[in-house]
Design a binder for this molecule. Sequence first.
Ligand SMILES: [Zn+2]
Ligand SMILES: [Zn+2]
Length: 268
Amino acid sequence: MFIIYFSINKIFEQERGKRKKGKGKRKIVGCVLRTAKTNALAKPFNRSTVRPFNQKMTDNYIELIKSFTKDDYENNVNLHIHSTFSDGGVNVNELVEQAKKKGLKYIAICDHNTLNAYLQTDLLKEEIVIPAIEFDCWFGTVFLHMLGYGVDVNNKDLQKLCAKTKRGTEADWVRIFSFKHPRTVINAIHNAGGIAVLAHPACCFTPTGLDRLVKNLVKLGLDGIEVYYPYTRHRRIVKFHSVHAVEKIGKKYNLIMTGGTDEHGSLE
Ligand SMILES: [Zn+2]
Ligand SMILES: [Zn+2]
């Protein structure tokens, strides 16, 4: 398993390397969304109604995410972006500027195993930003990524799950040994007022099938699944399931369907 994983990650690294050098800069929209029409956000959202983070739940972020449609993810929402606080190539200020320039209405910067983008900058003052994080987990033999959206970034239990070193936010060989269970991660995300979303599931190597994996994660409290994701251009070599299959499973288990490009470089 480890051998397989490491060879896969070698490929990931090469792909990322290419992107960082500016060769494969991707547009915001994945190929799965190409045919969708332009539209405005499904519901207007008043940021001033978001509860402050010292309150227990950040329901309004959750309601906001629930209101996003496939078209939103194509045109004006990207809920999966990495910054230099993990293994992204662009800092948070530049990312926000690029997103605004591009006309995005909402973005989520979800660095690997760290909330430092929110704790060490003024990122949350930006109206377009939804607080987020992406954790590495092991569920039996399956290595997966769990996104947490709308979380209270000051929540101590969530912070305890974060990487203690910078390497734990970027180096794959360090991250794979973190051995966090999805139950722990999902509970921590919920306790921090957020929703837990399975990241890029078509990239999950699931010997017993994706449906079964999702079903078991739903039992642990999974809220959503990342459907709108540019699988054919990003990590295309390790696509184990079709986007259609992912969408079908999302509907079957009544999950919130999210989208983002998993950008590790520039949004431009
Ligand atoms: Zn990921
Ligand atoms: Zn990611």
